[in-house]
Design a binder for this molecule. Structure first.
Ligand code: NAD
Ligand code: ZN
Length: 354
């Protein structure tokens, strides 16, 4: 699989011009949603080169990551002279990079695309690694391809207009990256103070977080081995996320992942001897920054049922976890019994003080 170029920018308008010089294209299409059009497109279009680019706008929100919106993008490309030599620039959060990456990968059997992520989650996760796709038939990311962007341009200045909830949502993936990487990365993660956000410090943390993900996906682009480490926190996290929707109290993905990390580090402690003091430290950080998700023992069976249906399970009735025996020390394909999973939910409740 060809590798994507990572470009860390101080001014996106200058960096995009330099980037486009290496990618001669017949025409340029910028995909945005209503929010990224308002907050981010003006910064990108400070470059003369993009003043005349086509702009395709879709409504903000994950509802647009669907087949109807995909068809409308194909339609626009088709009616506005896009060719295999055209270029798509995906300017937005993970919804846009997933949707636009898939539209570009399939139009005329594939045109080049560049990601310009504008949310923290998209910078450190969605825009890097080549997974693209749409939700279908009520299922998340049901249809898609793995096809990396030619380049990913990271400018953390975009984060200045992002709300705190979306910042925290992306930060959960950074906690995960630090946990699968090293003690020193984790130490840095705990040092960021969301009450007085230091954007310079955040910029440095974003860069190292992206390098952690990039190294993993380069080693294992098709998720046959080490890439499964990126699922840490996501088995129980996805169950919390789906359950929050069932309960009509929708939680952002990263919040569910943060809560999932608490539970899965408990499983790591219980089964693999992951250090207790690190478990407690992460749990406290999550509680302080992400708040509560109210569950009781009556909810355990429903949560367990959701875990059983996780896409990552390969053996029927067996829940597959990516766990850690220490910070940076992975143990993949761990099958954990129901009783221990319930214990992790007890731990979650205790830590949350419920
Ligand atoms: N492909 C992958 O590997 C991967 C990994 C993780 C998540 N994802 C996908 O990413 C999506 C979630 O991404 P997300 O959290 O970025 O959500 P999102 O793209 O919906 O963005 C969240 C909100 O922030 C707004 N926004 C974007 N940039 C902004 C800015 N700079 N200032 C103010 N508002 C801004 C958006 O318009 C939206 O309303 C999901 O669809 C998920 O499945 C994909
Ligand atoms: Zn995630």
């Amino acid at each position: 699989m060809s590798q994507q170029r990572l470009v860390f920018c101080s001014t996106i308008a200058d960096s995009i011009v330099a980037e486009l010089e290496n990618k001669p294209s017949t025409s340029i299409f910028i995909l945005t949603d209503s929010q990224s059009k308002t907050f981010c497109l003006p910064l990108l279009q400070q470059s003369e080169t993009l003043k005349n680019a086509h702009v395709i706008e879709v409504p903000a929100g994950d509802g647009s990551k669907d087949v109807n919106t995909l068809v409308s993008i194909w339609q626009y490309l088709s009616e506005n002279g896009a060719t295999r030599k055209s270029l798509m620039i995906n300017l937005g959060g993970g919804m846009i990079t997933d949707l636009g990456g898939f539209a570009a990968s399939t139009f005329k059997r594939g045109m080049n695309y560049v990601n310009v992520p504008t949310t923290l989650l998209a910078m450190v996760d969605a825009a890097v690694g080549g997974k693209t796709g749409i939700n279908f038939n009520g299922l998340k990311n049901e249809v898609g391809v793995i096809n990396p962007a030619k380049s990913v341009l990271i400018d953390t200045n975009f984060l200045r207009t992002l709300d705190m909830q979306n910042l925290l949502s992306g930060y959960a993936e950074m906690i995960k990256h630090a946990l699968i990487s090293s003690e020193s990365e984790l130490k840095n993660i705990f040092e960021l103070d969301f009450a007085q956000l230091d954007y310079e410090k955040l910029n440095q943390l974003v860069q190292s977080s992206i390098y952690i993900k990039e190294a993993i996906v380069t080693e294992d682009p098709q998720e046959e081995g080490v890439r499964k480490a990126l699922n840490l926190g996501h088995t129980i996290g996805h169950a919390f996320e789906s359950y929050s929707y069932q309960m009509n109290k929708p939680a952002l993905h990263g919040y569910a992942v943060a809560w999932g990390l608490m539970c899965e580090l408990f499983l790591s402690y219980k089964k693999l001897g992951f250090p207790k003091e690190t478990l407690i430290k992460v749990a406290r950080f999550v509680k302080e920054n992400y708040g509560h998700f109210y569950i009781s023992c009556d909810d355990y069976d429903a949560l367990y049922e959701l875990m059983l249906h996780d896409k990552k399970n390969t053996i029927a009735n067996c829940i597959n976890f990516s766990l850690l025996s220490n910070v940076g020390v992975l143990s993949l394909n761990q099958h954990i019994d129901k009783e221990t999973i319930f214990e992790s939910l007890d731990f979650f409740q205790e830590m949350m003080g419920m």
